[in-house]
Design a protein. Sequence first.
Length: 52
Amino acid sequence: MTPEEEKQVRSRQKSRALVTGLLLAALVVLFYAITIAKMGEAVDGQLAAVTL
């Protein structure tokens, strides 16, 4: 493999790694938001039970 081809392969690998990292970060943020929303629902439900 020539140095130019090797450079292109490394560039593609770097791009894929960056996209994979961004997707993983987006998934983490999504799970975090869902967890916070579910915790909020649980607190709302507890407050509703106490006030009834």
